[in-house]
Each structure stands twice: as structure tokens, then as C-alpha cells.
Design a binder for this molecule. Structure first.
Ligand SMILES: NC(=O)c1ccc[n+]([C@@H]2O[C@H](COP(=O)([O-])OP(=O)(O)OC[C@H]3O[C@@H](n4cnc5c(N)ncnc54)[C@H](O)[C@@H]3O)[C@@H](O)[C@H]2O)c1
Length: 253
């Protein structure tokens, strides 16, 4: 699907990988709306891209639905979604203090898996109203997992379960939405220099990326963005989870 004159919602677009995706999309002539936390940099990011900002917490599922409706009204339609809102905690299944608190496990599932599914199902509903292009396409949904979906490190049990769920539902959702011409792809990054991780000093990031094949460094937000653009543009990209990880396989710690 061509980028120019098409309409994109970036969930988590105030920062990092989704913001970088917004920059590339805007440069190539897309119209942008950003959904992010009220406390985020969303207003400034949207202004920079000539787009609109719609504050919400993705864990407030009804509030997110309202924010997405507002974003789609402001855009006048929806073709692309890139969803990066998410995050994890560091907690083992069992420690001397006792078993992993269930409510903390649940929160990570809610933030990553349930919120991602919520945005996906609602975005698909909006996209289903589009006239298909010559290739029969109506829209593209990109969700964000992590290589921890496949080789989670010690203390990532909740995060791995949540990101694994995002990876696992990708093909099923693509099959569900295939008859509508809506594609679904998940991007699974290794460690990227965004948000909190952007502050990690070079010597520490070297040790965190020592298991990478090449290059042995953190990813850059624009490298995620370039992959996202390729997915949006390439009709044959569907139903897969794409690792963007310089060949890294996480060791247990
Ligand atoms: N940075 C990494 O090393 C890395 C690696 C693998 C996967 N990921 C995944 O990438 C995503 C984070 O993207 P990023 O690295 O660009 O980080 P980032 O912190 O730069 O951006 C994330 C954005 O999501 C927003 N957000 C967070 N929680 C939200 C909520 N509840 N409601 C609405 N918005 C919310 C934040 O305000 C922020 O603007 C997460 O899903 C994370 O699990 C990150």
C-alpha cells in the first residue's frame, strides 16, 4: 500500500520507534495521528509531524476506543496502525520473597497483549470501511513484540508471555482479516535505544548486545521505522513476526 496520502495512527507515537515511524511516514506524505499517555510528548510530536494528538492510556480500553475514534475522525479514515505502547517488569516466577505476584503478571498482559488486541480489533473495524486499492488492500496493522517473546531472559516471564501472545496471534489475526484485505505483521526488536534504554552508556550496551551477530549495538528507532515502512508498502508481508535484532539471541541473563 502506498504511503502518500494515506492515514496512519501511531499508538505510543510520542517517543521512540513509533515516533520515528511517524517521521518517515510524514516525510513520505502520510497524514498522522498520535495516541499516547496524557503525560507524554504527544502534543509536540504531533505538531512536528503536522498531525493530531489524542491522549489515552491503552489500559483504559474504552478511553482508547474513544481516542481512536477521534483520531480517525481527524484523519478522515485509517490505513496504517503502528502500535508500540507497552513495557515489562523484572520479576522471577519464584524468589525468596515468594511467588511472582499474580496481579503484576496480569498488568503486563493487560498493557501489552490485551491493549494490543484492543487497538487491533478497533483499527480493523475502521479499516474495513475503506475502498480496497488495486491489490485489494484496505489497511495494515503493525504490532510490537520483542525477541523476549522467543528467548526471554531470567525475570522476563510476564513480558515473554505477553509478547509471545502478540507474536502468536499475528498469523491468526491476519487470517481473520485476510478476506477484508487487512494485513497484520508484528515486529520483534532486540534492545533498541529508545525511552529509558536511550540513556544506557556505550560500554553497558556493548555487554547487553554481546550475543548479537552484527552489528553489536542497540538498534536505532529509525531502523524499526524503516522496517515498518517496508511492511506497510509490501503486500506480500503478512501474518509474520519479523525479528529486527542483528542476529541476537538472548542468553538466560
Ligand atoms: N526499546 C527496546 O529495547 C525494546 C525492545 C523490544 C521491544 N520493545 C517494545 O517496544 C515498545 C516501546 O517502544 P519504544 O522502545 O519506542 O519505547 P518508548 O518509551 O520510546 O515509547 C513508548 C511510547 O509508548 C507510550 N506508552 C507507554 N505506556 C502507555 C500506555 N499505557 N498508554 C499509552 N501510551 C503508552 C509511552 O508514553 C511512549 O511514548 C514496547 O512495546 C516495548 O515492549 C522495546
Amino acid at each position: 500500500m502506498q504511503i502518500k496520502d494515506h492515514k496512519a495512527v501511531l499508538v505510543g507515537g510520542a517517543s521512540g520507534m513509533a515516533r520515528a515511524t511517524g517521521v518517515l511516514l510524514a516525510e513520505q506524505g502520510a497524514q498522522i495521528a498520535i495516541l499516547d499517555l496524557p503525560s507524554s510528548d504527544g502534543e509536540a510530536a504531533a505538531a512536528e509531524l503536522g498531525g493530531t494528538f489524542h491522549a489515552c492510556n491503552v489500559m483504559d480500553y474504552e478511553g482508547t476506543e474513544a481516542a481512536l475514534n477521534d483520531a480517525v475522525s481527524a484523519l478522515g479514515g485509517l490505513h496504517f496502525v503502528c502500535n508500540t505502547a507497552g513495557g515489562g517488569i523484572a520479576k522471577r516466577t519464584l524468589t525468596r520473597e515468594g511467588p511472582h505476584p499474580l496481579e503484576e503478571f496480569q498488568q503486563v498482559i493487560d498493557l501489552n497483549l490485551i491493549a494490543t488486541f484492543n487497538v487491533s480489533r478497533l483499527a480493523a473495524d475502521h479499516m474495513s470501511n475503506n475502498e480496497p486499492n488495486d491489490d485489494g488492500e484496505r489497511g495494515v496493522i503493525i504490532n510490537t513484540a520483542s525477541i523476549a517473546a522467543f528467548e526471554g531472559q531470567i525475570g522476563q516471564v510476564a513480558y515473554s508471555a505477553a509478547k509471545g501472545g502478540i507474536a502468536a496471534m499475528t498469523l491468526t489475526m491476519a487470517r481473520d482479516l485476510g478476506s477484508l484485505g487487512i494485513r497484520v505483521v508484528t515486529i520483534a526488536p532486540s534492545l533498541f535505544a529508545t525511552g529509558l534504554t536511550a540513556g544506557i552508556p556505550d560500554d553497558r550496551s556493548l555487554s547487553l548486545t554481546k550475543d548479537a551477530a552484527f552489528p553489536k549495538r542497540m538498534g536505532r528507532p529509525e531502523e524499526y521505522a524503516r522496517m515498518a515502512i517496508a511492511v506497510f508498502e509490501t503486500a506480500m508481508m503478512n501474518g509474520s513476526t519479523v525479528r529486527v535484532d542483528s542476529g541476537q539471541r538472548f542468553a538466560p541473563r
